[in-house]
Design a protein around this ligand. Structure first.
Ligand code: NAP
Length: 351
């Protein structure tokens, strides 16, 4: 009898060394059963890989190695953004991974980037996309998202990503027009610079406003989602529209060094399920995401954790386990990311 943790490790080694399936084959089978998911499975709504590597707050000097390691392990999805200010190094990682043969073609990797608030103006969209492609050293990417539903004023000739007013609040632009920005995003698809476009941090009403005018529909909405913020209603809405939900901050671990802050990894429910399945707390949470049909983009610059976060396809949470995790969101609802980007420094989300 092989002990469960050892069995899990053996499975992970097998999974990561197994020859990769052709994307079309993976997509064909992606929706069948949770147990058949793998590191290269794709979300049936957006055709985007269900597991990606997050890169927010991934320090320069570390993020390149993280990207290379992720692609070596079989990840085929990297989540980036201009405002993370590390995109050049993400690009270096992508190119190094290809040079080392971890990916055959750059097109085999799903790369998401995001249009920052200072570029939420129709005439700024194309130059911003060009800059993102320059930073990544790529002729095109798979996905560009409008990062927030809020625009900042752009001071001509200035590259400041965080303009502030006299009171030190974010310099919001009352004339920001998401629909006009969306029309320019569609032109990026027409021009072959991005394969798909989507939204991030938009609420249901704001997504609907885009759907009402869209010639090219958003394929994905990236929002905060974890056991303390399960987003069940938003997921139902998005899936009813054929849109993927991509879960950011999936581990609810924004302040890892502050034990007083909420952290799903330390929750007793998650710890109990981790013991039950012989998996780590992160693996239980990421498996929960997979079974909720979320695309998920855990960030790590720790090479062992990048492997650990992919080791979620050899076990299944029971209905009872899923109900226990659902209970966490009911008793302890937490939103971790809610910046004051609305006019007057108001938070983006009302709750
Ligand atoms: P996260 O992925 O939930 O958590 C990242 C933190 O958890 C890091 O401190 C990481 O540490 C640690 N960690 C990772 N794997 C672990 C494991 N197996 N065990 C223990 N700790 C682990 O949070 P996030 O970075 O906020 O979100 C993920 C990604 O979503 C971001 O990187 C970004 O790409 C995207 N995002 C998008 C938005 C948006 O507005 N669209 C907002 C936030 C995030 P180490 O790195 O030190 O290993």
């Amino acid at each position: 009898m092989i002990p469960r943790p050892l069995f899990g490790s053996l499975f992970l080694v097998l999974l990561l060394t197994w020859p990769r399936q052709a994307p079309s084959l993976v997509f064909k089978h992606a929706h069948i059963m949770a147990t058949q998911l793998s590191i290269t499975s794709r979300d049936p709504h957006a055709n985007m890989p269900i597991l990606g590597l997050g890169t927010w707050r991934s320090d320069k000097g570390k993020v390149k190695d993280a990207v290379v390691e992720a692609l070596r392990l079989g990840y085929i999805h990297v989540d980036a953004a201009q405002v993370y200010e590390n995109q050049c190094e993400v690009g270096e990682g992508l190119h190094e991974a290809r040079a080392k043969g971890y990916i055959k073609e750059m097109n085999d990797v799903w790369i998401t980037s995001k249009l920052w608030n200072t570029d939420h103006h129709p005439d700024a969209v194309r130059p911003a996309c060009d800059r993102i492609l320059r930073e990544l050293k790529l002729p095109k990417i798979q996905q560009l998202l409008i990062h927030w539903p809020t625009a900042f004023q752009k001071v001509k000739g200035e590259e400041n990503l965080w303009p502030k007013d006299a009171q030190g609040r974010h310099l919001s632009d009352p004339n920001g027009d998401n629909k006009a920005v969306w029309k320019e995003m569609e032109k990026l698809v027409d021009a072959g610079l991005v394969e798909t476009i989507g939204l991030s941090n938009f609420n249901e009403q704001e997504v609907q406003e885009i759907l009402d005018v869209a010639r090219i529909k958003p394929v994905c909405v990236q929002i905060e989602c974890h056991p303390y913020l399960p987003q069940d209603e938003m997921r139902a809405f998005l899936h009813s529209q054929g849109i993927a939900l991509c879960a950011y901050s999936p581990l609810a671990n924004l302040d890892p060094n502050d034990a007083s802050k909420p952290c799903a990894l330390r929750d007793p429910v998650i710890e109990r399920l981790a013991r039950k399945h012989g998996k780590s707390p992160a693996q239980v949470i990421l498996r929960w995401h997979a079974q909720k049909k979320n695309v998920v983009i855990p960030k790590s610059v720790t090479l062992s954790r990048i492997a650990e976060n992919a080791g979620i396809y050899d076990f299944e949470l029971s209905e009872e386990d899923m109900a226990l995790i659902a209970g966490m969101g009911k008793t302890h609802r937490v939103r971790l990311v809610n910046p004051g980007f609305r006019p007057g420094g108001q938070p983006v989300f009302s709750q």
